[in-house]
Design a binder for this molecule. Structure first.
Ligand code: PHE
Ligand code: NA
Length: 464
């Protein structure tokens, strides 16, 4: 913190900008690419139900805790945790929570921009009308063609990384805030247009049944683990991205009558979580109707968004228009997320004395280099596997299903058990004491028990 108590990286102009930025982080490929195909792969409604329970009982309480730690710390996650450890008289090893997060961020960023790169190609593919009236094998051929060409995949990865670093290099207010002010309203508008379009489609009823009819017999230990990991991924928690954004959150807001009021973390974060969940479900309700109306399979896997959907758009009138709108939406969503994944390490380097643009270039170069492995997993390196997974599959699994939940667990323990209660309550500024007590009990008991059980259970299933 500088002398006047504002974080050195800057501060969001208002509470609403925090909501836009945090929603920008949360709403991303997780909602539009991953959620639908995971729902398809894990059998529909039962997975959605477990996912919603994870969001409400584990994800939201941790998200509140993470933002709270960030705002109290006021710096990058590494240095916020250092400050908080000192302030609470505990071992400086807690700094490791920030460091672990920065590491997960690197790994995540390295493949996030690879997938982001695919979405760039699809804006072009749709807008050019190249896929209009294409057959299933032609659409599959386009996807396979992009995947098989390492140069194309690398070009997409590179472009997306540069887009991310250009914004982040401009700083918190001039870069991130300026971009989310444009991209997020655009995203919501596009989603509403597409949702209206889906409502009129034949497959809408089938899509609702698929998403919300629960068949518990389809749940496995692995699908529960996947739901837990996905809850962390989709809310951007467990790696410090949301902690960093919390550090730039204003403490007070001035209401319509000019009265200063403290910004309540709980209700602000709740808004973000609800937005993220609504967008995921809406994305499902936009994607599955086109899938069902065309008699396609929902269990397509990672290709669902890139094969099934373009195929569906190829059939309908104005498909090129709605198809390109859809992929522009995906690009906006992925872009505001990749920015937030890179923010913790960039902010940390700035605190070490680098300029913001230097830090962005450094982080971008490192993550880009690592991402080459993921980019090549779809072509040149596709036969090299470990535990049955490609490089991309392995990085994806380890970060999302293991590192994020571990990071989240440590955050819950720190906020629930370690941090002084007076500080926690002052920072949260919760209006009702009862709500605070419930939140703390969840962090202290429910989160560790739930995560512990899931870990042991899936380990045991994996070893069988
Ligand atoms: N929440 C983002 C998504 O759903 C991904 C993300 C994860 C962003 C972790 C930041 C931190 O796509
Ligand atoms: Na998300």
């Amino acid at each position: 913190m500088s002398k006047d108590n504002t974080p050195i990286h800057g501060i969001w102009t208002s509470r609403w900008v925090f909501i836009l930025a945090a929603a920008g982080s949360a709403i991303g490929l997780g909602n539009i690419w991953k959620f639908p195909y995971m729902t398809g792969a894990n059998g529909g409604g039962a997975f959605v139900m477990v996912y919603l329970v994870c969001i409400a009982c584990v994800g939201m309480p941790i998200m509140i805790a993470e933002v709270m730690l960030g705002r109290r710390g006021g710096m990058s996650p590494v240095n916020s945790m250092r400050k908080l450890a000192r302030e609470n008289g505990v071992s400086s090893r807690w700094t490791g929570v920030g460091a672990l997060g920065a590491l997960s961020g690197f790994l995540l960023l390295s493949f996030y921009t690879v997938i982001g790169g695919w979405t760039l190609f699809y804006v072009w593919e749709m807008a050019s009308g190249a896929l209009h009236q294409a057959s299933a094998s032609e659409v599959q051929g386009v996807f396979d063609g992009i995947m098989a060409n390492p140069w194309l995949v690398l070009a997409g990865h590179t472009t997306f990384m540069v887009m991310t670093m250009v914004v982040i290099g401009r700083g918190v207010v001039r870069g991130i805030e300026a971009s989310v002010r444009i991209l997020m309203p655009l995203l919501f508008l596009l989603l509403l247009v597409l949702f209206g379009y889906a409502l009129t489609s034949d497959g809408f009823g089938a899509a609702l049944r698929y998403l919300f009819a629960v068949d518990v017999s389809r749940l496995t230990g692995m699908s529960v683990l996947a739901a837990v990991g996905h809850a962390f991924f989709t809310l951007s928690i467990g790696l410090g991205a949301i902690m960093a954004y919390g550090a730039y959150m204003p403490r007070n807001t001035v209401d319509g009558k000019g009265v200063r009021k403290p910004v309540s973390i709980g209700s602000t974060v709740l808004t973000v979580g609800v937005l993220d969940t609504v967008v995921a479900l809406m994305a499902g309700m936009v994607i599955f109707p086109v899938v069902f109306a065309n008699g396609l399979a929902p269990s397509e896997g990672p290709g669902l968004l890139f094969v099934t959907l373009p195929l569906a758009f190829a059939e309908v009138p104005l498909g090129a228009l709605f198809g390109s709108l859809f992929f522009i939406l995906v690009v906006c969503a992925a872009w505001t997320s990749s920015i937030s994944i890179a923010e913790p390490p960039v902010a940390w380097l700035v605190e070490k004395g680098f300029s913001r643009p230097q830090a962005a270039v450094l982080v971008g170069l490192l993550a880009w280099t690592l991402g080459i492995g993921s980019a090549l997993s779809f072509n040149v390196l596709s036969d090299y596997t470990l535990f049955g997974k490609t490089f991309f599959g392995l990085v994806d699994f380890v970060t999302i299903n293991i590192m994020l939940p571990v990071g989240g667990l440590l955050i819950a323990i720190f906020a629930g058990w370690v941090m002084k209660e007076t500080h926690v309550r002052k920072e949260l500024a919760m209006k009702r004491f009862g709500v605070y007590l419930v939140w703390r009990a969840v962090l202290r008991v429910v989160v560790p028990l739930a995560l512990g059980t899931v870990f042991v259970f899936s380990l045991w299933q994996g070893l069988k």
